[in-house]
Ligand binder design. Structure first.
Ligand SMILES: Cc1cc2nc3c(=O)[nH]c(=O)nc-3n(C[C@H](O)[C@H](O)[C@H](O)COP(=O)(O)O)c2cc1C
Length: 158
């Protein structure tokens, strides 16, 4: 059985919820990517927007689970102005040489996640083995179960 890690950043809880549901299905460890930035309120929203739009990469807190210890790493991000969130961009940059196999998931308010996945693939310099995008309405109304089941089953966990 392969060893799997679910690493995610979450500003307001959606991506965390999905990460925990995926980890439960996959028997995976969980890494909460954290930075020191204040992202609450209008100021935090603005900072997050600017960082995402300009491809900025904030300093991160130390990680608990080195990706090199895992066969597969699922990386999750909220979509920020069509892009990957800045903490996840930094995480991928810092660990891209340690990540052997990757899959991506994202949460979003309704617009397409394709640019965010493109960002992630570019930083990692590799295509993911799978992607999953989930909308806020489904997350808040417990509507993600079948999509998560399908995504987890498609990942090759030999
Ligand atoms: C700064 C910022 C920018 C956002 N931009 C988008 C966007 O471009 N498209 C979209 O569908 N949702 C956008 N959202 C909504 C979030 O992607 C969505 O609510 C997500 O589920 C939040 O995940 P979290 O609770 O894990 O932080 C944005 C949210 C923030 C805070």
């Amino acid at each position: 059985m392969s060893k799997t890690l679910v690493a995610y950043y979450s500003r307001s809880g959606h991506t965390q919820r999905i990460a925990e549901m995926l980890a439960k299905r996959l028997g995976a460890d969980v890494e909460a990517i954290q930075d020191g930035s204040q992202r609450r309120g209008p100021g935090g929203f603005l900072r997050s927007a600017v960082e995402a739009l300009f491809g900025m990469e904030p300093e991160l807190q130390p990680i608990q689970h080195p990706p090199k210890d895992y066969d597969l790493v699922l990386v999750g991000t909220p979509v920020w102005f069509g892009h990957v969130s800045s903490p996840v961009r930094r995480y991928l940059r810092d660990h891209r040489d340690e990540i052997r196999r990757a899959a991506f998931f994202c949460t979003q308010g309704g617009r397409s996640a394709q640019h965010a996945f493109t960002d992630m693939g570019q930083v990692l310099a590799r295509q993911p083995e799978g992607t999953l995008s989930l909308g806020d309405w489904d997350i808040e109304h417990d509507g993600c179960g079948p999509a998560l089941d399908g995504f987890a089953q498609k990942l090759d966990l030999h």
